[in-house]
Design a protein around this ligand. Structure first.
Ligand code: HXC
Length: 284
């Protein structure tokens, strides 16, 4: 779907700040990740998006490529992040076609509403595997390129700016207090927090940064549809501290900040983009 720029990015960013950079995004055709990738492409990056659904992934990539006349965007479908070999092949293709990987967004996720009793062991495992193993696999497959990018763009501790070798996890806030019917998702998102902290500390000395963006309820997303009945949305929106739901642009702007030179010294952190939702509603 062709979107106006104002639907995925604020006007304040300088054109071309991500020129010659490549972003690799899992789950890149999803509603939130689409906005993040669109924003990066608009500001000069080339992109490779990964997804399980071939048609959805390829058609999103085609659309993102129209954002900028010289943009290169590839969509690689039929890649399940639980399959390390498939992921490695996608990473290889990205580097062969686009030349590098400077940024990674870990957006592939899976969730549904179910009690602990309703969940089968395999259902719990599936959500853990998509989120946690999938993120680990993606990091493992892309880290050599991220280290290379970090060294190229920020060769030593004396360099204050530069941008490359950055990871953003798509996190959540529901596990901060816990949530009924979300034991699987809470456990997975908590593990991602920890994984990101470890990457930040282990790979910081090689210039790689790792942060989490934790969106609250974002309007018109699959996650919100699954967690909130549509007839409850108006009342729920009114009850929010800022009186509105999140917009995908809120998350895209946060992404641009973290991946830009302005985010150089931010690592091992979570940027919660939720309008103070979790402090009042517990993450949903
Ligand atoms: C209980 C369910 C279930 C449900 C699937 N399962 N849906 N159990 N309630 N609603 C069980 C299945 O029966 C099966 O267990 C196991 O989960 C695996 O399901 P599969 O169909 O084999 O698919 P698989 O590809 O392994 O799992 C994918 C999935 C699915 C996570 C289950 O929902 C999916 O593909 N989701 C992708 C899209 C998505 O979830 N988007 C929302 C992301 S939002 P058995 O025992 O039968 O084998 C998000 C935000 C989180 O993540 C934060 C919110 C604030």
């Amino acid at each position: 779907m062709q979107l106006q720029k104002s639907e995925y990015l604020s006007d304040i960013w300088k054109d071309g700040i991500f020129a010659n950079k490549v972003i690799f995004c899992t789950g890149g055709a999803g509603t939130i990740c689409s906005a993040q990738v669109r924003a990066m492409v608009y500001l000069g990056a080339n992109a490779c998006i990964i997804g399980r659904n071939i048609e959805k992934t390829e058609s999103a990539a085609k659309e993102f490529a129209t954002i900028r006349p010289d943009a290169s965007v590839i969509g690689i479908g039929a890649v399940d992040v639980r399959d390390f070999e498939a992921l490695k092949a996608a990473v290889y293709r990205c580097v062969m076609e686009l030349g590098s990987i400077d940024f990674v967004i870990l957006g592939a996720a899976g969730n549904f509403v179910a009690s602990i009793e309703q969940l089968s062991v395999n259902a719990f495992k599936s959500v853990m595997d998509i989120n946690v193993l999938g993120s680990y696999n993606t990091i493992k497959a892309t880290l050599p390129y991220l280290v290379e990018s970090a060294q190229k763009h920020m060769p030593g501790p004396e360099t204050l700016s530069g941008t490359g070798g950055r990871i953003i996890f798509l996190g959540a806030t529901l596990h901060y207090r816990g949530m009924p019917l979300q034991s699987h998702a809470c456990a997975a998102k908590a593990a991602l927090d920890s994984l990101s902290h470890c990457v930040a500390i282990e790979y910081g000395p090689r210039g790689v940064t790792s942060n989490i963006i934790a969106p609250g309820p974002v309007a018109a997303t699959e996650g919100l549809k699954r967690l909130l009945p549509s007839d409850a949305e108006a009342k729920y929106t009114k009850s929010q501290p800022l009186g509105r739901l999140g917009h995908v642009r809120d998350v895209a702007d946060a992404t641009v900040y973290l991946l830009s030179e302005a985010g150089s010294y931010v690592t091992g952190q979570t940027l919660v983009v939720d309008g103070a939702n979790w402090r009042t509603s517990g993450g949903m």
